[in-house]
Structure formats: C-alpha cells, structure tokens
Design a protein around this ligand. Structure first.
Ligand SMILES: [Zn+2]
Ligand SMILES: [Zn+2]
Length: 390
C-alpha cells in the first residue's frame, strides 16, 4: 500500500478498480479511500499540475502545483478543458460535506479529454472528449443494477470524495460506467455544465417532476441549476415563474424563457399562487435553503410536485417543511440528484437538435487564478462561471 503525498489516500485499488471505502458512505477521514488515482508522487510520474486547493474549511483558496494523478484500475485521468464553479463547490469549501478531507481540490462539473486510461477500461481511449456526471457510480450495486446510478450506494464524486476538476487533470472512477462522449459540435466550456447543473436540471424537470406542456413551473433560485431548469421547463412547453432576489438573475431567467419573474425578497408563495391562478403544478427549490424549500412547497396547487434540487446541508439549518399542506393538498415531495450517464443521449440529442441550448448560461470564462474569487462569490453574479484557462 503506497500512501501518497498530501492526503492519506492509497493508490492500490481492488482488482475491480473500486477499493474498499471508495464511496460516499466511507467514514469521513478514513485512511484508505483510494482507488481513484489521487495526485501521487509515483516514480516517473512527476508532471506538475496546477490546481485550486484549500487546507482549511472556509480558509484561503490558492493555486498550488501538485504532482499529477494516475488512473486507478477501471478509471481514467482527464485533462480538464473546462470546469464550472458550482454552489456545491462552495459547500465543500465551507465544510458542509462530511466526505471532504483536507487538504482538498474542489471541482466536479467538467469536460475534457482522456489523458490516461487505467487497467480494465474497455470503452475509452486517450484523446476521447468526455464529460461525466458528478455522481460516479460503481456499476455493481443494487441501485446501479436498476439503472439508478445517480443514487449508487458506492458512488464517488470528484471534488468531494477525492480531488476534483479545478485542476489541469482529474482522476475519475469506473470510466466504463460513467464517462459520456461529447459530440464534436459541443465545446468543453458549454459541455462542462452537463456534468452537474444542466443535467441535474434536465432530470429534475423531465424525469423526476415529469413536467407536461401547459403546466406552471416555479423555479426558486436562478443560479446555474435554476436557470437551466427555466430553459428546460420552457422548452418542454411549461409556463415558468422564476424567483430570485437578484434582478440580474431574473433578467437572465426571462431571456431563457420565464414568463414571470418574482422578487424573492417578497411574499413568494402569494405571488406565485396569484400569477398561476392557484399555484404551480411543479415547483423546484434550485437554491437549497430553508426559505426557498418552504416557499417552493407553499407555491404549489393541490396535487402539485415539489422537487428539491439545491443541496440543503444541515449546517445551514433544516427546512421547515409544511407537512400539513403536503397531506391536505396531496403534494409530492421529491428529491433529484444528478443524472446517470446512460440517460445523457436524450439530453445530448435535444442539444444537437437545437431544442435545448446551454450556451447562454455561461456568462464568464475565467482562468484558474480567478477561480478562488469566483468560488468565494458564488451566486453573486448571474449565470455560470467556467474555468477555461489552467
Ligand atoms: Zn452502484
Ligand atoms: Zn454542481
């Protein structure tokens, strides 16, 4: 067992490429969480890699030069072409995710090119352009067998369970299960959001909420995932009410198809019920905060469906869910957590056909040196910031 620099990770995995503990249910800080090709100091593999790093929660974020990662058995290393900065990265930095072990490299919303392939990988080669869902499923558990990779019991997540993609290179597990090929017409900058926010919104709207044409959809929080949901719901023929405290975010939401824009600082449920003639059929908390969760549920008409999309870490307080309304109005309360790799062809097909277009969501392309500021200020500027220069 060869322990690596910087972290107590082990680089020798089990024969199936999924070492014990390489999953979300590992004890936080477990000494062996390996099998994911952490940034090692293995002989002959010492190409310096620039990465955004922090070594204390909510502490300084800085660009460091690290040794490069090596692919685990069954995994690959991807040269990152673009990596979006998502609110989940901010949660990881703040210490809201018990899987994060210090020091840490965040980043999970990526597109890039396969640079190295681990043993046992059959579907991917060096040079392939790919993205990956932020949930890297094991491909072997009961949930995976049922096709529900997004809730895999042994999942890993770059940027959470191991070092992530705000770096020149990132190691990814179970490549044959999780990688998604990118078509030539889709550039890395646009495709990065398919790793988290755009795909998450797509699944939440189309597969979890099952939005139908003509329904009212309220979207609470118009950051990256909320704006994605606005566009996707509008494309599905829904009538969209966008809610946010930022006039800039609401302006972008209107441009992406929202019929109404509601100031999140006011009485949001009353405004949504008024605008929709009795409440939304579907309401999404795309921010992940106690107030937006409660507002979303209170915005629904009888038999409406609430979808929780934004993370709600207990460190920020628990949502006060009005369960008396859930029963009296027969509301559905649903969770949505990314999207399995096998579900991507439908999304990519709609993008290729021009029915969906993630491009306008990217409002800022930045260098790795600016990533620290963008991560600390996540949500302050409308749209998605993507690191495209490493
Ligand atoms: Zn699994
Ligand atoms: Zn994300």
């Amino acid at each position: 067992m060869s322990h690596v620099k910087h972290r107590s990770h082990c680089v020798d995995a089990g024969a199936d490429g999924l070492a014990d503990g390489g999953c979300r249910v590992a004890a936080p800080g477990a000494a062996v969480r390996g099998g994911r090709g952490d940034h090692t100091a293995a002989p002959g593999k010492l190409h310096p890699v620039r990465a955004l790093m922090f070594d204390s929660f909510a502490g300084p974020l800085r660009v460091e030069t690290l040794s490069d990662p090596v692919p685990a058995p069954g995994g690959v290393v991807v040269q990152v072409g673009a990596s979006g900065i998502c609110r989940s990265d901010w949660h990881a930095w703040q210490g809201h995710d018990p899987d994060v072990v210090l020091p840490h490299v965040p980043g999970h919303e990526l597109a890039g090119t396969v640079a190295a392939v681990g043993g046992g990988v059959t579907r991917w080669s060096v040079g392939d352009r790919v993205t990956v869902p932020f949930v890297n499923a094991c491909g072997r558990c009961a949930q995976c067998a049922a096709g529900e990779h997004q809730v895999c019991a042994r999942q890993t997540q770059p940027g959470f369970t191991h070092w992530g993609s705000l770096a020149e290179y990132v190691a990814l597990d179970a490549a044959d299960v999780n990688l998604v090929a990118l078509p030539d017409g889709l550039d890395d900058t646009t495709a990065a959001a398919l790793g988290c926010r755009y795909a998450t919104a797509f699944r939440a709207v189309t597969q979890v909420a099952r939005v139908r044409a003509g329904e009212w959809v309220a979207v609470h929080g118009c950051g990256g995932v909320g704006l994605s949901a606005v566009q996707i719901a509008a494309a599905a023929g829904a009538r969209v009410v966008a809610v946010d405290v930022s006039p800039g975010a609401l302006e972008l939401a209107r441009a992406l198809g929202a019929e109404h824009a509601v100031d999140g600082a006011g009485d949001v449920p009353a405004a949504v019920v008024e605008l929709t003639g009795g409440g939304a059929h579907v309401s999404l908390d795309a921010l992940g905060a106690p107030v937006t969760c409660a507002n979303s549920i209170r915005s629904l008409r009888p038999r409406g469906r609430h979808v929780q999309v934004g993370l709600l870490p207990p460190a920020q307080g628990r949502a006060d869910v009005p369960m008396e309304r859930v029963i009296a109005l027969e509301l559905g309360v649903l969770g949505s957590h990314g999207m399995a790799a096998h579900a991507y062809p439908e999304l990519l097909g709609l993008i290729a056909a021009g029915r969906l277009d993630p491009r306008p969501l990217v409002t800022r392309e930045i260098g790795l040196e600016q990533a620290a500021g963008a991560l600390a200020d996540v949500g302050r500027e409308p749209g998605i910031a993507v690191v495209t220069r490493f």
